[in-house]
Design a protein around this ligand. Structure first.
Ligand code: ADP
Length: 259
């Protein structure tokens, strides 16, 4: 049975850029805050190109061993098990390293030779170097989060990728996304987007992350499911943003006027 294409609304020229990068086998970096459609975009592109997608969500414990592989003991034997990166390199899949900057530095070292003309992976534990399958592509995402001391990505690493920025879509597009994702009434979708843009502009609140499209999708789903609109916005948009009770209460009041 054919898997339906993931729904993705293009924001700029990202589909075209990705297709050309894929054709040229250039590594690809998706930059932008959380919840702006980066993962959805890569799912959509993998489907469009008919490629298998392997996603690894990186965190501070993610090491090159997790990606490349390890020996495991099975009964009386020690056997080698390929990690997701090695499997993708061998089979020609798209490997998506979500939040690459969170991973340990040895991950960055491990992917270097894959991101330049060599397109090869060195497996130190086996003493082997393997050439990437011609269809293999490395994709990573990164949340720049300038003011917040989020982990940085070194210029020498960034320069190994073609990079595209993701951000909150303009109002009409974002409302379309909400309607498509949740079947919410267009009028309600517009109100949610207005609320989001209002809060996004309140930079003086010093929120670490502001309202993402993901939060709006969640609020729209709750409204569609029958939760009163104000409550849906309180729990899906305002509460996830901050634990500061004064800000929560001020934002709740603001949202109540707008929904
Ligand atoms: P990220 O990977 O940037 O954190 P996601 O790709 O998980 O974000 O996006 C969060 C949600 O927002 C998606 O599940 C989808 O519902 C919605 N979304 C955001 N941007 C788009 C878009 N351009 N087209 C379709 N859905 C989108």
């Amino acid at each position: 049975m054919e898997i339906p294409a993931p729904y993705y609304k293009p924001i700029a020229k990202e589909i075209e850029v990705f297709e050309h990068s894929y054709a040229q086998k250039l590594s690809f970096l998706l930059k932008g805050p959380t919840g702006t459609g980066k993962s959805r975009f890569i799912e959509f592109m993998a489907h469009r190109l008919g490629k298998k997608l392997t996603t690894v969500s990186c965190h501070e414990e993610t090491s090159s061993t997790d990606l490349i592989g390890r020996y495991i003991i099975k009964g009386a034997e020690t056997i080698w098990l390929d990690g997701p990166l090695t499997t993708a390199v061998k089979t020609g899949a798209i490997l998506y390293l979500d939040e690459i900057a969170e991973a340990r530095p040895d991950v960055i070292v491990a992917i270097h030779s894959l991101t330049d003309h060599r397109r090869e992976l060195f497996i130190d534990k086996l003493g082997e170097t393997i050439k990437a399958h011609q269809d293999f592509m490395l994709v990573a995402s990164f949340n720049p989060g300038y003011q917040r001391g989020f982990k940085e990505l070194k210029p020498s690493t960034r320069q190994r990728f073609v990079a595209v920025s993701f951000n909150y879509p303009e109002a009409k597009l974002e409302a379309d996304i909400l309607v498509n994702e949740t079947n919410i009434l267009e009028a309600d979708a517009k109100k949610l987007v207005n609320i989001a843009n209002k809060i996004r502009n309140l930079t003086e609140l010093g929120l670490t992350e502001t309202v993402s499209t993901r939060l709006l999708v969640d609020a729209a789903k709750l409204i569609r499911s029958g939760l009163p609109k104000r409550l849906a916005v309180h729990v899906a948009v305002v509460e996830p943003l901050t634990d500061d009770t004064e800000i929560v209460s001020a934002l709740n009041d603001l949202c109540d006027l707008m929904i």
